[in-house]
Design a protein around this ligand. Structure first.
Ligand code: AMP
Length: 302
């Protein structure tokens, strides 16, 4: 099954305790697409400016990522700058230059309209719904959002959530969206808003997934090298949905495997700046790390 992703394609400037990367490839749709492309074909919808050259497109080349929907507009590409704390657990946004992203009106190419899986990256919830109006009958609609929209456009976000089956958010966003501090209560409140499945990402503390079958918990892989967490959430989403689309299954067992595939891809993403580790990644490396997750979490019955 092919996946339609709508989100940002960006230049990121990132500072971590280990160094600084200036105007490197970033954006939710970029991380998502490369991660998902290991499992399923991806149709990318986004916008870049005239300053986005062939060099940046190299990350998408030789992968099943269709770029007909990547619009090029007059002006500069979206630029985001962030700085991480010493323990990498929190970050400050130094600047967000929307540039061409400010005028982004997603146009879904005719060829993409039959996509069976849709990922609505973190954009204005009004635009997220406009995307859904242009697709035919997707089997799975998944969505990301952030505090900016939770507080800025709560009613619009609620309307979007009614049309979404899977919501992926971090723990803080789940709390703010639901008004509940406890994550079990928060997930129940969010499921009542529409999404049958809620995936709560907790950074180095792993992931909780809530669906019809109950709750599934996955740790993050304890890693020696954590270099830059930027894009880990979108990479998780790419692995998660890419895998689901490749199986064609939607039950709890497939969702659980998808959580581990997403966690596997995210564990590679954080090992280097930008998409540097993802673009050198191979399928055997993914399979080996998936098995490391199995070993990490396996235990015998009493
Ligand atoms: P994550 O670390 O998963 O939250 O994703 C970080 C990516 O999101 C970076 O590559 C940024 O370019 C992108 N990003 C940051 N702020 C925004 C925003 N307001 N809208 C869309 N994308 C953003």
């Amino acid at each position: 099954m092919s996946i339609l992703v709508v989100g940002s394609v960006a230049y990121d400037t990132v500072e971590t305790p280990f160094g600084r990367a200036e105007r490197v490839l970033g954006g939710s749709a970029s991380f998502f697409s490369v991660a998902a492309s290991f499992f399923s074909p991806v149709n990318l919808v986004g916008v870049v400016g005239r300053d986005f050259g062939d060099e940046q497109l190299a990350a998408f080349r030789d992968r099943p990522i269709d770029l007909e929907g990547l619009e090029r507009m007059e002006g500069e590409t979206f630029h985001w700058q962030g700085k991480y704390s010493l323990d990498l657990n929190s970050r400050d946004t130094i600047c967000t230059d929307l540039n061409v992203f400010e005028f982004f009106q997603p146009k879904i190419p005719t060829r993409y309209r039959g996509s069976e899986v849709v990922f609505l990256g973190n954009i204005d919830p009004v635009l997220q719904r406009r995307v859904l109006e242009q697709v035919e009958r997707p089997r799975i609609v998944a969505c990301d959002t952030m505090n900016f929209w939770i507080h800025g456009k709560p009613d619009e976000l609620r309307k979007t959530l009614e049309k979404v089956q899977i919501l992926l958010v971090n723990d803080q966003e789940a709390r703010e969206l639901s008004g509940e501090w406890n994550l079990v209560k928060a997930a129940a409140a969010i499921r009542a808003m529409g999404p049958r499945t809620v995936v709560v990402k907790k950074g180095e503390h792993g992931v909780l997934m809530f669906d019809d079958a109950g709750c599934f918990a996955a740790p993050a892989l304890p890693l020696e090298t954590v270099f830059d967490p930027t894009g880990a959430g979108d990479t998780f989403a790419g692995g998660f949905l890419g895998y689901l689309a490749s199986t064609g299954q939607e039950g709890d067992a497939a969702l659980r495997r998808a959580v581990i595939v997403g966690s596997t891809l995210a564990s590679f993403c954080v090992e280097a700046f930008s998409l540097d580790r993802l673009v050198t990644l191979s399928r055997p490396e993914i399979d080996e790390r998936y098995r490391a997750f199995e070993r990490l979490t396996r235990f015998e019955s009493l």
